[in-house]
Design a protein around this ligand. Structure first.
Ligand SMILES: [Zn+2]
Length: 168
C-alpha cells in the first residue's frame, strides 16, 4: 500500500505530503476532498470500505508561508541528487564549500555543493575556477516544490499533474 498522499491547496497547488492516515482524517473531518485515488486500493473496515487517497485538496485556501528547507548535509545531498557536482559520481560524498571556509566562504545553500572526497581534495583550498573544476549545475536554494518533485522519481505518476502546474 502506498503510504504517502499529496495535499493540494484549494487552488490546486501542491503544498505538502502527508500520510494516508492524516489524509483520511482531513477528508473525514471535511477539511479536504479526495482528488485522486491510489489505483483501486481500499481500506476495509468491518462494515465498509474506503478508497485510499493519493491526492487530496483542501476545502479552504490556506496561506502557505515559505517553508525554508532546513540546511543540512542530507538536504544538500538530496538537492544534488546524491551526485558529486564535479565528476558525477555517487561514491564517497562530502560537502564542499565553493568559496572555502578558510577564505570566508559561508555555509549556505549557494556556497555548498555535494562533492566526492576525491574532487574535494583535488579542489583543496581553491574555488572551482581556480582548481579548473566545472560544476554540473549551479547550486540553488531548494523550494518545497523542488523537494516534492523529488518524490516523483519514486512512483507517484498521478502527482505529476499537480507538481508541474505551478512554479513558485
Ligand atoms: Zn567527484
Amino acid at each position: 500500500m502506498r503510504d504517502k498522499v499529496l495535499i493540494l491547496n484549494q487552488d490546486f497547488s501542491a503544498i505538502a505530503i502527508c500520510t494516508v492516515h492524516k489524509a483520511f482524517l482531513l477528508v473525514y473531518l471535511q477539511k479536504a476532498e479526495m482528488v485522486s485515488k491510489a489505483n483501486g486500493a481500499v481500506l476495509r473496515t468491518v462494515s465498509a470500505s474506503f478508497p485510499i487517497p493519493s491526492v487530496i485538496r483542501l476545502q479552504r485556501y490556506v496561506k502557505v508561508p515559505y517553508y525554508g528547507i532546513a540546511l543540512s548535509r542530507h538536504n544538500v545531498l538530496r538537492r544534488d541528487n546524491f551526485l558529486c557536482q564535479y565528476c558525477g559520481t555517487n561514491k564517497n560524498l562530502t560537502l564542499d564549500h565553493l568559496l572555502p571556509r578558510s577564505r570566508g566562504g559561508e555555509t549556505n545553500w549557494l556556497n555548498l555543493v555535494t562533492a566526492c572526497s576525491r574532487c574535494n581534495s583535488r579542489k583543496g583550498d581553491r574555488t572551482p575556477e581556480e582548481a579548473g573544476l566545472k560544476l554540473l549545475r549551479k547550486p540553488s536554494k531548494p523550494s518545497l516544490l523542488t523537494f516534492l518533485q523529488l518524490h516523483l522519481n519514486t512512483n507517484n505518476e498521478d502527482w505529476s499533474l499537480y507538481l508541474n502546474v505551478k512554479n513558485k
